[in-house]
Ligand binder design. Structure first.
Ligand code: FAD
Ligand code: UDP
Length: 398
C-alpha cells in the first residue's frame, strides 16, 4: 500500500558521526525516520542515536519540537505553554532518572481551584472544599459519612458518571463534574469511560494537591530546553515544519517510528477515530497576578472555557506582568485527546490489528496508540519500545 516505508537502500554513506551523505536522487538514508518530535518520538530518537548509534531523522509538521509540551517566552518575556498547562508528575524512578540527564528540576506541587456556587474551592474535592461549600467544618469521619449518605451505589461502575455518582452523589457530581466533562469532551459523562473522571480523586483529608505522585517537579528551564538537550546528538537530524507526506517519498530509511494519529496513517480506512481538540486563548495582563492559583476550573456549562492557567505559578518566574491561557474545547482542530469509550476502543483495535500487520513501522505515543496518557506514561512507553527494538532479531529456525 501507499503507506509502506521506502525500501531499504544499501547506499548509505556515513562518516563517523557526520550527517548521512545525500545520495544520487537527492534523498538521504537514515536508519530511522521518526514522525513526531514530542515525548514519544524524541525519547526514541535519543535512545536509538546514543545507545545503538543509529542515524535518525526526526520530523514534526508543527514549527517546533517538544510536541504538546512545547513552551516558549511570549512577547512579554513570560514562559508559557503553547498547548495548555503541562505539569510533570510521576511515580516512576526510571522516568525521572532518564529525564534528569537532560534537565535540572524545580519542585512544584500543583493545586487547582474550581469556581462553584460563586466561590473558589479546592479541586479535587477534599475537607476544605466541603467546608467552603456547606459553610461548616468537616472531620474526616464526618466527610466520609456525608459522602456515603449521598453516594448512589452503581454496579457495575462503567462510565464517568457512575464513578463520581457512586462516590459523592448527584449534587457534587453536577457541581464539579457534569458541566466540565460535557464541555471538555462534547459528551455526557455517562457516555465516557470511567477512567476519565477517575483521574480525579475525592479525599476525606485536607490534602489539596492535584497529584499525589512521589515526584512532582517542573523542568527548571522549561520543556523545550529539555527537548533541545535530548535531540542534540550528532546522529540526530531534526526537521520541523515537515510532515510525513512531505518526506516519505524523498527519504530512505529502514524503519519508521510513527507518533501521529493512527487512523490518519492508514488514510482513515475504517473511519475516523475521534480526537478531542481545544482552542487556546492566550493573554498577557498588565498586573502581577490574575488568579489565586495556577489553574482555576470552571465547571459551569454556560461558560465556554473549562479552565484558566496562570503560568507564573508553574514556573516560579517573577515578572511585573502575567500571562494566562483559556482552554475552549472544540471538535475541530489539532488532535489532543483520544476519547475513551468502548466504540472508540473497538475502532482503535481494528487499526491496531492493521498496525501489527505493517512491518517496519512502530506506533508510539498518545495519538498513535490512542491512550489518554500523561507525559510520564508516554516516556515509559517509549523506553520500553526502545528496549524491544534493541533486542537482537530472533534467528530463523529450520
Ligand atoms: P505529542 O506531544 O502530541 O507529539 C506528537 C507530534 O507528532 C506532534 O508534535 C505532531 O505535530 C506530530 N505529528 C503528528 N502527525 C504528524 C505527521 N503526519 N507528520 C509530522 N508530524 C506529525 N501530561 C502530563 O503528564 N501532565 C500534564 O499536566 C498534562 N497536561 C496536558 C494538557 C493538555 C491541554 C494536553 C493536550 C495534554 C496534556 N498532557 C499532560 C499530556 C501530554 O501532552 C502528552 O502525554 C504528551 O505530550 C504526549 O506525547 P506524544 O509524543 O505521544 O504526542
Ligand atoms: N474533570 C471534571 N471537573 C474538574 C476536573 C476534571 O469533571 O474540575 C473531569 C473531566 O472529565 C476531565 C477529567 O476529569 O476531562 C480529567 O481531568 P484532568 O484535569 O486530568 O484533565 P487534563 O489535564 O488531562 O485535561
Amino acid at each position: 500500500g501507499r503507506r509502506r516505508p521506502a525500501p531499504k537502500l544499501v547506499s548509505a554513506l556515513t562518516f563517523g558521526h557526520d550527517r548521512p551523505v545525500p545520495i544520487a536522487n537527492g534523498g538521504a538514508h537514515y536508519d530511522y525516520l521518526v514522525v513526531g518530535a514530542g515525548f514519544a518520538g524524541s525519547v526514541l530518537a535519543e535512545r536509538l542515536a546514543s545507545e545503538l548509534d543509529k542515524k535518525v531523522l526526526v520530523i514534526d509538521r508543527r514549527p517546533h519540537i517538544a510536541g504538546n509540551a512545547y513552551d516558549y517566552y511570549d512577547a512579554a518575556g513570560i514562559l508559557v505553554h503553547k498547548y495548555g498547562p503541562h505539569i510533570f508528575h510521576t511515580n516512576s524512578q526510571k522516568v525521572v532518572d532518564y529525564l534528569s540527564r537532560f534537565t535540572a528540576w524545580r519542585p512544584y506541587e500543583h493545586r487547582v481551584l474550581a469556581q462553584v456556587d460563586g466561590k473558589l474551592v479546592p479541586m479535587p474535592i477534599n475537607l476544605t472544599t466541603l467546608a467552603k461549600l456547606y459553610g461548616r467544618a468537616f472531620t474526616s469521619e464526618q466527610a466520609s459519612e456525608f459522602l456515603a449518605a449521598r453516594a448512589e451505589p452503581v454496579n457495575p461502575v462503567r462510565t464517568s458518571e457512575d464513578v463520581v455518582v457512586s462516590k459523592v452523589g448527584r449534587e457534587l457530581y453536577e457541581k464539579f463534574f457534569r458541566g466540565y466533562t460535557r464541555k471538555q469532551w462534547g459528551l455526557d459523562p455517562s457516555e465516557l469511560d470511567k477512567a476519565v473522571a477517575a483521574r480525579i480523586p475525592v479525599r476525606t483529608s485536607t490534602d489539596d494537591r492535584y497529584f499525589t505522585d512521589t515526584f512532582q517537579c517542573m523542568p527548571l528551564h522549561g520543556y523545550t530546553r529539555m527537548f533541545e538537550k535530548m535531540l542534540d546528538h550528532p546522529n540526530i537530524t531534526v526537521k520541523t515544519g515537515t510532515s510525513y507526506d512531505d518526506v516519505r517519498d524523498a527519504i530512505h530509511y529502514d524503519h519508521l517510528i510513527y507518533c501521529g494519529p493512527i487512523d490518519e496513517f492508514f488514510d482513515h480506512r475504517y473511519g475516523r477515530l475521534p480526537y478531542r481538540s481545544l482552542q487556546f486563548r492566550q493573554a498577557t495582563l498588565d498586573q502581577t497576578t490574575f488568579q489565586p492559583a495556577a489553574v482555576v476550573n470552571y465547571p459551569a456549562e454556560d461558560i465556554p472555557y473549562t479552565r484558566i492557567t496562570e503560568y507564573k505559578y508553574l514556573t516560579g518566574q517573577e515578572h511585573e506582568k502575567t500571562s494566562i491561557t483559556y482552554e475552549i474545547p472544540s471538535a475541530v482542530g489539532e488532535p489532543y485527546y483520544p476519547v475513551p469509550r468502548p466504540e472508540n476502543d473497538r475502532l482503535f483495535r481494528k487499526y491496531q490489528d492493521l498496525a501489527d500487520r505493517t512491518p517496519g513501522v512502530t506506533f508510539v505515543g498518545r495519538l498513535a496508540t490512542y491512550r489518554y496518557y500523561n507525559m510520564d506514561q508516554v516516556i515509559a512507553q517509549a523506553l520500553s519500545v526502545f528496549e524491544r527494538l534493541a533486542e537482537p532479531e530472533p534467528t530463523q529456525q529450520g
